[in-house]
Design a protein around this ligand. Structure first.
Ligand SMILES: CCCCCCCC/C=C\CCCCCCCC(=O)SCCNC(=O)CCNC(=O)[C@H](O)C(C)(C)COP(=O)(O)OP(=O)(O)OC[C@H]1O[C@@H](n2cnc3c(N)ncnc32)[C@H](O)[C@@H]1OP(=O)(O)O
Length: 227
């Protein structure tokens, strides 16, 4: 169903984008998944290369993406908190192992730290109405995009307090979309953001959203969550 990426995309991986550097404390280095795989459509690969080229001048940065939350922590933080003996929380956007079946995405952060763009391909497991992505999948994409922006602004843990979405047009399964988020206001612990989800040609506005994130102390899992 999905066309695999060409040599150009694989070259991006070969140039060091494919794997995070191994940490001294983890026997297996976490795999950065915000890179092309066989599930990415030609359109997804093409847009990814376009965004990488745009990032070459330093105005944007591709954010690595992992299956588990703790893999995001730099090694020095892992050493300080001593958390590497247990796995971090599983990020459900990365839970589908079959390439191309679920969320395929790469998030880019603007140098200002106040804007994120998520290039996303919504796979067939995310179907709601026949042929279209489930609204909850769109909400997840938006939450992750604005959440990453809020993390960058707060430089600390954040939680979604409020997310308001207007769904304006259905997103076909397999479509490649761009969620474009920016910080609107920052008041103490409160970070207000906006987000627009469009097709890559910017012809169709699929959804628009506003969000409020609250900066919190590092979240600890409840006892029952040790699955
Ligand atoms: C996202 C990135 C993913 C990409 C990967 C990047 C790296 C990944 C690495 C690692 C993983 C990171 C994990 C991802 C997380 C994803 C985001 C979620 O989905 S979070 C889950 C859903 N959200 C909840 O479950 C919150 C439940 N609610 C709460 O826990 C609390 O209500 C909380 C923390 C939001 C606020 O509680 P308080 O006790 O800390 O603070 P108070 O005093 O209540 O509020 C502070 C101020 O905010 C206002 N406020 C709070 N909630 C509001 C609301 N709903 N509407 C309007 N104002 C609100 C209040 O009125 C107050 O304002 P005044 O300071 O008085 O001016």
């Amino acid at each position: 169903m999905w066309r695999s990426c060409g040599a150009g995309a694989r070259a991006a991986v070969a140039h060091g984008l494919g794997r995070a550097p191994p940490t001294a404390l983890c026997s297996v280095s976490p795999q950065d998944l915000a890179v092309p795989n066989t599930g990415w459509s030609a359109a997804m690969c093409e847009q990814f290369q376009r965004l990488l080229r745009r990032a070459a001048d330093g105005s944007w940065r591709r954010i690595p993406s992992y299956r588990r939350g703790l893999d995001y922590l730099p090694e020095v933080v892992q050493m300080a908190v001593g958390v590497v003996t247990r796995p971090g929380p599983r990020l459900f956007l990365r839970s589908v192992d079959e390439e191309g079946a679920g969320f395929e995405y790469a998030i880019f952060l603007h140098a200002s730290g106040h804007r994120t763009q998520c290039l996303c391909q919504l796979g067939p497991y995310l179907e709601g109405h026949h042929g279209f992505a489930h609204g909850g999948a769109i909400a997840t994409l938006i939450d992750s995009t604005v959440g990453t922006c809020a993390l960058a602004v707060a430089k600390a843990s954040v939680m979604t307090a409020k997310l308001s979405i207007s769904y304006l047009a259905p997103v076909p399964v397999g479509a490649v979309v761009v969620a474009d988020s920016r910080m609107e206001r920052h008041e103490g612990r409160k970070i207000f953001l906006s987000c627009h989800v469009r097709d890559t040609k910017r012809d169709t506005l699929y959804a628009e959203a506003t969000a409020l994130f609250i900066q919190v102390e590092d979240t600890k899992p409840p006892p029952a969550a040790s699955l």
